[in-house]
Design a protein around this ligand. Structure first.
Ligand code: FEO
Ligand code: CA
Ligand code: CA
Length: 695
């Protein structure tokens, strides 16, 4: 996500800004660690996952429902065997990707790449149709996952989020209006450029390519019919002329980060959906709290309403101003069908994507699940990316049965674990402990009242999840983005990208301890077994290398300075990959942005317990183990991470470049000599010698 759709308005008026005196206490508690992180890894209770028994079998079945090969692996690799095997890259600002020596990088599935013969090839002048977009990759790639076919590392399904659009690049001459209305073909093209793509990909002569016309290839757009499940489904909140029973919704929007499940499905996170809808009347509190627009929707899609070709209010639904006698007569409830985690079964091309409302409704960045234990509930973590918003956890009512990883009715398994459970929000206390506060009607809130007293039913709580979290006293964070769980020890990490509004009036708190936090940081925690409590510490503070010690608390240098951590993922070996979204497209307004493009770094973290206090874990004594692996092209964000089971290929996404990728080559490291129409793309990274990535 970049400047164009970031929600910059502070919508949290709850006054949950405690601990403003904590900064000094926190500083005094900061742990001092010595030696390298890799060495420390051997001291903790680190258990790292093995490579997962991958197969290079190239004759994968195309039968939907085949073995996903995603069963969690048993940690076996000794941690001391794992070391980063590349040198940290220097800073760069070019119109090309940069990878370490010995690595190659290729472009795959750039915006507008046909998935089947119903699409025309991408046009350099922006003349593709709405129908082309429905049958091609969308725009602005973000979260992503590789689902192997029969465990293969050379053939699988790459599922990619398409977060938002650049109207200037999408159309020949940008967005237009005629007599105040957006042309319907432009609007349909924009709606189809959003969503999610499922791409069947395989290697041919070592190069990955899309299998054109594969039955697996699918697009989900902002108009695709989806199921709604969980407490909100069927309630009066979501009954519309399209779905009078409230069982279905149309479309998924602004799909930012992602998650996966232990049973082989994909989760796409709806983030900045609220401002695509407009209410020109009096907005109810829950719409104010999420930022529904007041004059026009972000792209003015509602302005195309009443065109003779309009089907079932396909444009009118973006205007949620009540105008009829009740919810069956207007689109007042349309927006209530958005703001969820959406489960997709990529292995079944006939499956219907399902919005899991029990997991909360807010600006979901992504979703990581906690370490699995047979017979125990499963935890799922999700950040709400806006200034002073919160971190959430959903705990399943059902306990984990490892046999469910082998089932092929995957969305039924999803219903088992994701539709019933308890939603919590995090409170971080100054002493390095924390509490998960349940968001249920019985939960105690402010003024001696319960959430039930204040909001009523669970579905009411879900619709205004942010308001409920305010009411129980959650800790306001510096824009919670991705979460990632260590595959061996179960420590969970959260990127807090930045918060320039954390001023003296707002105050700091222990988990967000820097005023004017332009550089962001990463926090990590470990849930205490069988309790609603956790221990936490700060992992790393972003900073420019030349900053003073109070800013550069992790001692970063020119070889690993970073700001605005966002994408965050562990591979199964225990390497943490950190991606940045430093707002470079907004004018290089911080010192890191003036030095380096957005990037991806890697580190092998020690387990929690090796230090005391609230961090940071990375400091001047061990910072050299945080290494820069990738630098993206000018103005692009780096986001989304996937890898093959044998680690011979990793995939990342380059979002909203300005002059990349070059025409007439798929080499991602080539800077074009001429000006090109920019395309967000997946970048495939391999070692020239075919070896494992990163080590
Ligand atoms: Fe879409 Fe919070 O990044
Ligand atoms: Ca971001
Ligand atoms: Ca993001």
């Amino acid at each position: 996500m970049s400047k164009s759709i970031t929600d910059k308005v502070i919508r949290n008026a709850s006054g949950n800004l405690p601990f403003s005196e904590i900064l000094q206490r926190n500083l005094s508690r900061r742990a001092v660690m010595r030696g390298s992180l890799a060495a420390l890894a051997t001291m903790g209770s680190l258990g790292l996952a093995a490579c997962g028994g991958s197969s290079d079998d190239d004759d994968a079945s195309e039968t939907p429902g085949s073995d996903p090969g995603t069963t969690p692996t048993t940690p076996t690799t000794p941690p001391e065997a794992l070391k980063l095997g590349f040198d940290s890259l220097p800073a760069s600002m070019t119109h090309a990707c940069v990878v370490p020596a010995g690595y190659v990088a290729h472009v795959l599935g750039a915006w507008g790449t046909p998935l089947n013969d119903n699409a025309q090839p991408w046009d350099r002048n922006g003349n593709n149709s709405a129908n082309d977009l429905l049958n091609s990759t969308g725009m602005h790639h973000d979260g992503m996952h590789y689902f192997p076919l029969e465990g293969s590392s050379t053939e699988g399904l790459l599922v990619v989020n398409h977060e938002y659009i650049d109207q200037g690049a999408l159309h020949p001459n940008g967005a237009t209006r005629v007599a105040g209305k957006r042309p319907v073909e432009e609007v349909r093209k924009e709606i189809n450029a959003h969503g999610v793509a499922v791409m069947h990909i395989r290697q041919a002569n070592g190069r990955w390519e899309i299998v054109n016309n594969s039955r697996y290839n699918r697009r989900f757009t902002s108009a695709t019919a989806m199921k709604l499940a969980g407490p909100v489904a069927g309630s009066d909140w979501v009954k519309t002329p399209f779905s009078p029973t409230g069982a279905m919704v149309r479309g998924t929007n602004n799909n930012c980060g992602n998650g996966t499940t232990p049973w082989g499905t994909y989760i796409t996170a709806e983030e900045n959906w609220a401002s695509c809808f407009v209410n020109t009347g009096t907005r109810p509190a829950h719409q104010v709290r999420v930022g529904v627009s007041t004059a026009t929707g972000r792209y003015g899609w509602e302005s195309a309403a009443n065109d003779a070709s309009e089907v079932l209010g396909e444009f009118a639904r973006f205007n949620v101003t009540p105008s009829g006698a009740d919810a069956t007569q207007d689109w007042r409830n349309e927006v209530n069908g958005f703001g969820y985690l959406v489960e997709i079964d990529p292995y079944d091309p006939n499956s219907i994507a399902t919005k899991r409302s029990a997991m909360g409704r807010f600006a979901h960045e992504g979703c990581a699940y906690g370490k699995l234990e047979a017979g125990k509930p499963i935890s799922f973590y999700s950040g709400d990316d806006s200034q002073f918003e919160y971190l959430y956890r959903f705990v399943s009512e059902a306990v984990w049965d490892p046999k469910d990883a082998e089932r092929t009715d995957r969305l039924a398994v999803g219903a088992k674990y994701l539709d019933r459970g308890t939603l919590y929000v995090a409170r971080f206390d100054a002493d390095g402990s924390g509490t998960w506060l349940p968001l249920t009607p019985a939960s105690a809130g402010t003024g001696g009242r319960t959430l039930g007293d204040e909001f009523g039913s669970q579905e009411n709580i879900i619709i205004n999840t942010r308001g409920a979290a305010d009411f129980v006293g959650a800790t306001p964070m510096d824009r919670p983005e991705w979460t990632a769980t260590h595959p061996g020890n179960g420590d969970v990490y959260l990127s807090l990208t930045n918060n320039t509004r954390r001023n003296a009036a707002a105050g700091v708190n222990a988990a967000n301890p820097r005023l004017n936090n332009v550089n962001g940081h990463i926090v990590r925690w470990h849930d205490e077994a069988g309790a609603d409590t956790f221990k936490w510490e700060i992992f790393v503070f972003g900073s420019n290398a030349g900053a003073d010690a109070d800013t550069n608390r992790s001692g970063l240098t020119a070889m690993n300075e970073l700001a605005s951590p966002d994408g965050l993922a562990f591979d199964d070996r225990g390497i943490l990959w950190i991606q940045t979204d430093n707002g470079i497209d907004n004018g290089r307004n911080n010192d890191v942005a003036r030095t380096i493009n957005d990037q991806m770094l890697a580190v092998i973290p020690p387990a929690m317990g090796a230090s005391s206090g609230t961090g940071p874990v990375i400091n001047s004594a061990n910072q050299a183990d945080l290494r820069r692996f990738f630098v993206g092209p000018n103005e692009a964000e780096i986001t989304g991470f996937a890898f093959t089971p044998d680690y011979s290929t990793i995939f990342l996404n380059v979002q909203h470049p300005v002059n990349w990728p070059a025409y007439d080559t798929d080499d991602a490291t080539v800077a074009s000599a001429a000006v090109v129409r920019p395309r967000s793309s997946t970048v495939v990274i391999q070692r020239a010698d075919g070896g494992k990535i990163g080590v």
